[in-house]
Write a protein that binds this ligand. Sequence first.
Ligand SMILES: [Zn+2]
Length: 330
Amino acid sequence: MNFAELIGRMGFRDKSVRAFSSLSGISSRFQVPRKVRIVEVGPRDGLQNEKQVIPTDIKIGLVDGLSASGLRSIETTSFVSPKAVPQMGDAAEVMRRINRVPGVSYSALTPNAKGLEAALALNVSEVAVFTAASDSFTQKNIQCSVDESFDRFEAIFSASSRVKVRGYVSCVLGCPYEGVISPQRVVEVTKRLFDKGCYEVSLGDTIGVGTVGSTARLLEECVRSGIDLSRIAVHFHNTYGQALANIFCALQFGVSVVDSSIAGLGGCPYARGASGNVATEDVVYMLNGMGIETGVDLQRLLEAGKYICDHLQRQPSSGVGRALGGKSSQ
Ligand SMILES: [Zn+2]
C-alpha cells in the first residue's frame, strides 16, 4: 500500500493529508526513482562463496522462497566448471527443478561458450558475464587480463540477440591488489560491455570500500561520459558498512536497479576480508521507508532469509533480518 492509499483508507481530511504528503515527499525532495528493480544475487553470488556445499533441494527451496516474496530478478546459478566451483556443480538440476514463476527472470552466470550452451539448453531467462576494472583482479580471479576476458566472452556477446546478456564490472571502487581504481577505467570497461550487446551493466564494489564520495565521483564520470544510468545497476558489498548509504547516493543519480543478497550472503574469496553483499531485507526496508516500489513483500523475504540462515546455522548479516526475523507475520 502506498501513502495515497493509506491516507484514503484512513479517511483523513485535507489538513492531515497535507501533513502526510509532506512526509511522503521524500521521493520528490531527493529525486529518487519511484520504482526500483532488485536483482537478488544470493543463490549465486551468495552461496558460491559459502564453504559448506549446500544441498540442491535447499538451493531450490531458497530460489522458490525468493520468487514467492515478489522478487522479479533472481540470479539463480552459475554454469561454471564444477572443478573450479564445486558449489555450483548442480546448476542444471537447480534450473530444471525450480518453480518457474511467470514474469520472474532467472539468470545464470556463464563464463564461456560451454556455460552459455548449457544455460540456454535449460531455458535461462538471461545470462551474465563477469569482468573487472582491474587486470590484477581478473588475473587472480579468472586467470586472464580484462582484455582477454572480453575475448572469452565473444560467444556470449554474439548470442545477445537470442538472450539478454548482463555485464558485471568488479572492483569499481577499489581493488584488493591495485588499490584505488579510476572512474575513467570503470567507464571504459562499462562502455565496452554495452558496445558488445549487454543490456545492463552492474557496477560492483566487490570489496566494499566505497563511500558516498567515491560512488558519486564514479556516477558523475558515467554521466559525463554519456552512459545511460537507466541501464546501470549498482552492486555494493557492506564490508565497511557503507552499502545502504552508497545505494541511496546512486538512487539520487537516477539508478533504479540494485543488486542485493538475501541475508547478506556471500563475500569474495579473492578479496581478503571482504564481507557479504548488502542484504536484500535491508535494501527493501530502506526503499519501503522512502515510498519506493519494489514489488517485494518484506515478510516473505524475511522468511526466505530465515530459511537459508537456519540451514547455514547462522544469524543473517542483515540488521532488518535480525530485528524482525523472529517475529511472526501476525
Ligand atoms: Zn557481490
